[in-house]
Write a protein that binds this ligand. Structure first.
Ligand SMILES: NC(=O)c1ccc[n+]([C@@H]2O[C@H](COP(=O)([O-])OP(=O)(O)OC[C@H]3O[C@@H](n4cnc5c(N)ncnc54)[C@H](O)[C@@H]3O)[C@@H](O)[C@H]2O)c1
Ligand SMILES: [Fe+2]
Length: 393
């Protein structure tokens, strides 16, 4: 038996934020990040609409990009004091992911972070609160997924928490909220969505329910992301929906080693944080080369290429053309082709290679990758990504 889980309600369209006026309940805590949602007036609107619905509202603000375990614990504490029956999170993947983890610790104060990082091991939620997610970036799709990514800064490791219990109850996919994204954020989050859809389509857990969502998401991203990057409002709207379709696919088919590698390198180098979507964009072409050495994965990548209308005389040519399209987008968005070009120092890369490779193999996303990998092969793969070599093993 397989399972396909998405939120009960997905409201979408420009202005759909005002569906908050119809929420029934007593108290809502609104979880937000830094200043973007406040600056552009969406935090005010969220609070106003919830109050119009008759709810008492408290705000928990200041969730940092790539949220920490400490922030999650502080938010859970605020929830235990306020006792909301709705958790409403508006912003990028960071505040929404943090709010999902806070939700678990709010409902189960006695649980530990170590217990939650075991995939699909969450206790039953919704005893105290329901969850509404309103994304302001077009990439993570956390508004429809069973994931929350939390960083343990003592080790520099990102942990994807995974359980269908944290799939939100309501997603509000309002493109107005994402229109204010600057260009680089549009590019990074869009490449994150493109990676989600590729990984979901080739995942060992892909299914009849996830395949069409993943394929359509890939097609839409290739058609819309460049125009969205250049500020076209219609393209931005289409991207906001495409990333959500990709989310429905990967939440149920899971991901692969692009994400394993991004999770374990995002906060690993002293050169500075590698934004999640940018890391994925750098790694994806190399991982396609690696995975395509597996015959079944190869034919699925070729299927993607055919679906988006790429020409090629055989599977190898189709896959080369697909990789070419991804690299073209990266170049357009000024995303470096290698980790060296990103600015990671060679000495530090070599020093940390064994540890990041072992950590990446151990990431929860590795299990559903279509081709298996061990730490030695992972080191070679990272070597290709650092120096810009084709993957020939
Ligand atoms: N839960 C999942 O399924 C899932 C999937 C992929 C990634 N992630 C995680 O999500 C996080 C990344 O999320 P993200 O890429 O959405 O970015 P983010 O939430 O970290 O936000 C990045 C920056 O963009 C700003 N910002 C957000 N929306 C804006 C807007 N509309 N206008 C202007 N500025 C805006 C924020 O204030 C912040 O400074 C990572 O931790 C990643 O690991 C989660
Ligand atoms: Fe992602």
């Amino acid at each position: 038996m397989s399972r396909f889980t998405i939120p009960r309600d997905v409201y979408f369209g420009r202005g759909s934020l005002d569906t908050l006026k119809t929420i029934e309940g007593k108290k809502a805590i609104v979880v937000v990040g830094g200043s973007a949602m406040k600056k552009f007036g969406f935090l005010d609107k969220t609070v106003r609409y919830l109050k119009e619905a008759g709810l008492a509202v408290e705000i928990f603000e200041g969730v940092e990009p790539d949220p920490s375990v400490e922030t999650v614990m502080r938010g859970a504490e605020a929830m235990r004091k306020f006792e909301p029956d709705w958790i409403v999170s508006i912003g990028g993947g960071s505040p929404i992911d943090a709010a999902k983890a806070m939700w678990a610790f709010y409902e189960y104060p006695e649980t530990t972070f170590e217990q939650l990082i075991t995939p699909f091991n969450f206790p039953k939620l919704r005893r105290k609160a329901g969850f509404i997610a309103i994304p302001s970036t077009s990439g993570t799709a956390t508004e429809v997924t069973a994931f929350s990514v939390i960083t343990d800064y003592s080790s520099g490791i990102k942990y994807p928490l995974a359980d269908f219990n944290i799939t939100p109850d309501i997603a509000i996919v309002d493109p107005d909220v994402a229109d204010t994204m600057p260009k680089a954020l549009t590019a990074f989050t869009g490449m994150d969505a493109l990676t989600h859809a590729h990984e979901a389509f080739v995942s060992t857990l892909h299914s009849a329910f996830t395949n069409p969502l993943a394929l359509q998401a890939i097609k839409s991203v290739f058609e819309q992301l460049q125009a969205a990057y250049n500020g076209d409002k219609n393209a931005r709207e289409e991207m906001h929906y495409a990333q959500c379709l990709a989310g429905m696919a990967f939440s149920n088919a899971l991901l692969g080693i692009v994400h394993s590698m991004a999770h374990k390198t995002g906060a690993a180098f002293s050169t500075g944080h590698i934004p999640h979507g940018e890391a994925n964009a750098i790694y994806l072409p190399y991982v396609i080369q690696y995975n395509a050495k597996d015959a079944a994965a190869k034919s699925r990548y070729a299927q993607i290429a055919r679906f988006i209308g790429v020409d090629g005389k055989d599977e190898d040519a189709l896959i080369a053309a697909l990789i070419g399209k991804i690299r073209k987008l990266n170049a357009l968005f000024e995303i470096p082709a290698t980790l060296k070009d990103f600015g990671i120092r060679e000495a530090e890369f070599k020093e940390k290679l064994a540890a990041i490779s072992a950590n990446a193999v151990g990431d929860a996303c590795t299990g559903s990758n279509p081709r298996s990998i061990d730490p030695a092969k992972m080191e070679r793969l990272f070597g290709c990504i650092y120096y810009g070599r084709d993957v020939d093993f």
